[in-house]
Design a protein around this ligand. Structure first.
Ligand SMILES: Cc1cc2nc3c(=O)[nH]c(=O)nc-3n(C[C@H](O)[C@H](O)[C@H](O)COP(=O)(O)OP(=O)(O)OC[C@H]3O[C@@H](n4cnc5c(N)ncnc54)[C@H](O)[C@@H]3O)c2cc1C
Length: 321
């Protein structure tokens, strides 16, 4: 037994990550109107209109946004098509609202929501859907970033990224510092024009592929950030961690990067004052805005990351119930 086995916060995190895949609890919570009203701190709502309203407010406050239509692990081709169509509708609404020029509001995609896990043809289906979304983004003068999911999908996602970049070189990647492989992936992707979001990683991963100790994940984040900031690409620093945000600023300055040659990213509802502070300093600050019916897995991962988020959620349920 090691120290982590005795730490209740580790049990809670692991329990919540397991619950994030529990369909019975998901069905229960999704049907409860009270919990729906509580999620709005972290999720923009369930309609395209609401997502557009939320990002309009962010843009008015000097922040940028990337929008994620919630959903993942689709094993139904019709659902994958539905997700593609949701992105096409969203991009058209954003463009009509004048929100996409120069990439100020872009979209984030989960390939598993576009069919990546659907057997032998899954990758092709996800690639085809992603192509249509990239073309719509290009028409709207904005960009697309491919979210990274659990480690079993990393090679497939980076392969699809390479394909998409042949036509749309601005397609962004996400790398997770908890994976041992990521420092090398950063080296491979730190080239001219390459947009790379670096995050710690949010899935429960085995010791065979990922650091388990938070301090090791943070050290890896700094090593990866050094590679990205020293490279020729466009680093996107996705963390709420005050130390890492500070280190990113120091590394950007040390590498002679001007504001605008990299950006910070945070999630909707998390450290909004810090988001505004960075934007007011002239930094590019992008907020990740999830929306849609399928908020359950997303919300459970946020709870697992931070007990304070869980307490907020439970307190709201108790006071409204
Ligand atoms: C824009 C964006 C996109 C992402 N995309 C992906 C993806 O594609 N794939 C993936 O696996 N993961 C993704 N993630 C999630 C990411 O991997 C982490 O799980 C998540 O960001 C939490 O890590 P952290 O860096 O904020 O640090 P943590 O270790 O969770 O927190 C470090 C410190 O940050 C501060 N902090 C954190 N949360 C809060 C809070 N709620 N309120 C106040 N302070 C807080 C605290 O000081 C805390 O000690 C993304 C995250 C962001 C921000």
């Amino acid at each position: 037994m090691d120290a982590a086995d005795l730490d209740p916060s580790v049990w809670m995190k692991q329990g919540l990550l397991l619950l994030s895949r529990n369909t019975a609890l998901r069905d229960l919570l999704e049907k409860a109107p009270v919990s729906r009203s509580v999620v709005t701190r972290f999720v923009a709502g369930d309609s395209t209109e609401r997502a557009v309203e939320v990002v309009s407010e962010l843009v008015a406050s000097g922040r940028l946004a990337t929008i994620d239509f919630l959903g993942e692990d689709t094993l139904d081709p019709a659902q994958a098509t539905y997700t593609r169509d949701a992105y096409l509708t969203l991009l058209s609404a954003l463009s009509d609202g004048g929100l996409t020029q120069g990439g100020q509001v872009e979209v984030s995609l989960k390939l598993s929501a576009l069919g990546q896990a659907l057997g032998a043809d899954g990758e092709k289906m996800a690639l085809d859907h992603a192509r249509e979304i990239c073309q719509a983004a290009a028409n709207a003068d904005t960009t697309v970033t491919l979210d990274m999911e659990d480690h079993t999908t990393t090679d497939s996602t980076l392969g699809i990224l390479r394909e998409l970049r042949q036509d749309w070189p601005w397609v962004g990647a996400v790398l997770q510092s908890y994976l041992y492989r990521t420092e090398q992936d950063c080296r491979d992707l730190a080239h001219e024009g390459s947009r790379v979001r670096l995050c710690k990683g949010t899935y429960k991963e085995p010791e065979s592929v990922a650091y388990q100790d938070k301090a090791e994940v943070d050290k890896s984040f700094v090593r990866c950030l050094k590679v990205l900031m020293a490279g020729d690409g466009y680093p996107m620093v996705a963390s709420h961690d005050p130390r890492l945000v500070e280190i990113a600023g120091v590394l950007a300055a040390a590498n002679g990067r001007a504001p605008g040659s990299y950006e910070y990213q945070m999630l909707l509802g998390i450290r909004p004052d810090e988001q505004k502070r960075l934007a007011a300093q002239g930094e590019r600050m992008r907020v990740y805005v999830p929306y849609g019916d399928e908020w359950y897995g997303y919300l459970m991962r946020r709870m697992a990351e931070r007990p304070a988020n869980l307490l907020f959620f439970l307190r709201s349920l108790a006071t409204r119930g």
